[in-house]
Write a protein that binds this ligand. Sequence first.
Ligand SMILES: C[S@@+](CC[C@H](N)C(=O)[O-])C[C@H]1O[C@@H](n2cnc3c(N)ncnc32)[C@H](O)[C@@H]1O
Length: 164
Amino acid sequence: MRRCAQRPPKRALLTDSNVHIIRLYQDIQRGSLTPGLAKAFLAEEGEKLRAGGEAHYYAVRDRFNSYPTSLDFLFLNRSCFNGVMRFNRHGKFNVPYGHKPERFAQAYVTKITNQIRRIAEVISACEWMFAATDFRRTLATAQLGDLVYADPPYGGRHVDYLNS
Ligand SMILES: C[S@@+](CC[C@H](N)C(=O)[O-])C[C@H]1O[C@@H](n2cnc3c(N)ncnc32)[C@H](O)[C@@H]1O
C-alpha cells in the first residue's frame, strides 16, 4: 500500500466555489489530465501563441468560455495578464492577454508537468473528494472530530473573488 506523502489526511473533502479549479483536480484524479497530455498541449498552444499572438489567446478564451476544459484553463492561466483569475457576472473568464508568450518556454512547461505529476501521486495515495461548493455548505457537512482547514481569499490583491 502506498503511503500519503508528507502525511496529508488520508480521507478529505476539498472544496472551492471555483468550478474550474475543482475540475482540474478531478481530471488529475480520474487520469483524464496527465503530465504527458499537459506537456504536449502546452507546448503546442505555446507555439500557436508565439505565431498568432493575442488573436490566438482570445480564440482560446472564447473556446474556454463556450466549453471549459482543464487544458484550456491551464493555458489561460499561463497566458493571461499576470496570471489573474477573474470572471464576469455570467461566469465568463474575462482577463485580457498578458503578452508574454515566453511563459510557454520548455522549462516552464516542464515545471507545470512536474506539478501535475506530483499532485497525481499525492491524490492517488489518498481518499480525497473534490467538490465545487460554497464554503458554507462544506462547513455544514463537518462532524465532530473533523479537522477543518480554510484558505480564504486574500484581500487587497489583483483578484475580485473577495467580493463574492
Ligand atoms: C487564497 S485562495 C486558496 C486556494 C487553494 N486553497 C489553494 O491553495 O490553491 C482562496 C480560494 O477561495 C475561493 N472562494 C472564494 N469565495 C468562496 C466561497 N464563498 N466558497 C468557497 N470558496 C470560495 C476562491 O475561488 C479561491 O480559490
